[in-house]
Design a protein around this ligand. Sequence first.
Ligand code: NAI
Length: 281
Amino acid sequence: MLAGEANAAPTLSAWRIKSWFWGDCQRVGYCQLVSAGVKVHFMKPVALVTGANKGIGFEVARAIARSGYVVLLGARNPTTGREAAGTLTSERLDVRFVELDVTRMETISAAAARIEADFGKLDVLVNNAGIADSHDGPPSRVSIEVMERVLRTNFLGAVAVAQAVLPLLRKSHAGRIVNVSSDLGSITRHGDATWKYAHVKVLGYCASKAALNMFTVQLAFELRDQGIAVNSVNPGFTATDLNAHRGQQTVKEGAAEIVRVALLEHGPSGKFLETGGELVW
Ligand code: NAI
């Protein structure tokens, strides 16, 4: 019992400590000393990555876990999700599969409830899940049905997941949301006919990332006094299934800035970032 706390409820302050308990790969731990008795427990920071069974998300999950986090690897398909989590646990990383289809509210609610029950908080959300649609096309003729499908996953899915876990992010000492966006979501870039991707006018995908960027800016503003940073990150053109592996970067390169921003405590908020700097909205 600490001095002056004889009648206090059994909760005390928590503080960050250097952790030697988990070895070099675990840089920090959280130590909570509970005043009633000598119950001391350590809790690693916790991150949720959506659409993490493959591509950039998988690499983000791996890198965040390597930094000492418990990573909840979100995937809509339990078979591929478990397999991906298994690959990372075999690398001795603390990665756990969580079923999460960002277009299905029941899986979002169940995932949030599980995080609450298992950890009581969330430190990082990476809204990575995304799709491109082969029927997407120019604004004069893209079908509304295709647009709805892409917006539902890339924009509404990200908003729904963030809303569901926001109460848990508020319990972190430095909550972070990283929305995986794209330079194809930059309205300024699309307005420049000389831009190298100016010809890529697939309205569904581009509008979904522009809308995601709006979510970033508005949520960052709303949470500006709550210690939660919200940023958009453009991974850059990366070889994945999304683009039939036409991208020029490796997934490790594509993941790099997402991981940097995800791990950055008390960093900037409301920004659109990519490796090496800031992007125009
Ligand atoms: P990918 O196709 O390899 O991975 C996308 C992931 O999202 C997969 O795990 C997929 O299962 C998941 N996903 C799709 N719909 C989902 C849903 N309803 N619920 C849960 N998960 C779902 O593609 P990639 O490239 O790794 O994409 C990751 C993110 O990076 C996406 O948001 C994408 O828009 C973005 N991005 C990718 C670029 C690239 O060049 N590969 C460039 C700019 C942005």
